[in-house]
Design a protein around this ligand. Sequence first.
Ligand code: HEM
Length: 148
Amino acid sequence: MGDLLYAGVQLVHNIGAAAVVGSPAVAWWLVLANQVPAELLDRPTATALVQRRLAWFTLLAWSTQVASGIGFGVTTYYLKHELPELTGVGLAALGIKVTCALVCLALATLYLRASSRWPAHRQLRVWQILFVLGLTALISAAFLRWYG
Ligand code: HEM
């Protein structure tokens, strides 16, 4: 039963991990592709709409990571009646993940509120930051796993 619970949380967490890295990567590519002069007038509008959906998706993915990350802790507490003891590298890795999550939640929210008034280069920068922070959290996950 315990293994099934952990597997369920891990399943959600792993899919979220793919999404926090994958969606900014697609949006980054879209912004670059859109800088090529468009023959079709409605093309930039369509691209902006797709980017907006990707921003929502990114926000959802990071929220999922926070919720399922907490889910790991709750599962351990439920099964063992104590929280995992983290020190050193493991604790630092978790701290990096939480920091990345907070920054990315704020950035994706800002993007949804303000990006329609931003030039393409600023939109691109935000997607790049979201991608790099997603990757940073993914790298930290390896250290959390083996030092945690
Ligand atoms: C607030 C945010 C997060 C929290 C609290 C959190 C917490 C955790 C915890 C407690 C584990 C289990 C560690 C273990 O098995 O010893 C874990 C595993 C994992 N996390 Fe996160 N995480 C967060 C965000 C992220 C993000 C953003 C990503 C990816 C971009 C990510 C990717 C992973 C992966 C891939 C694993 C599985 C590692 C493995 O067993 O090989 N996490 N996370």
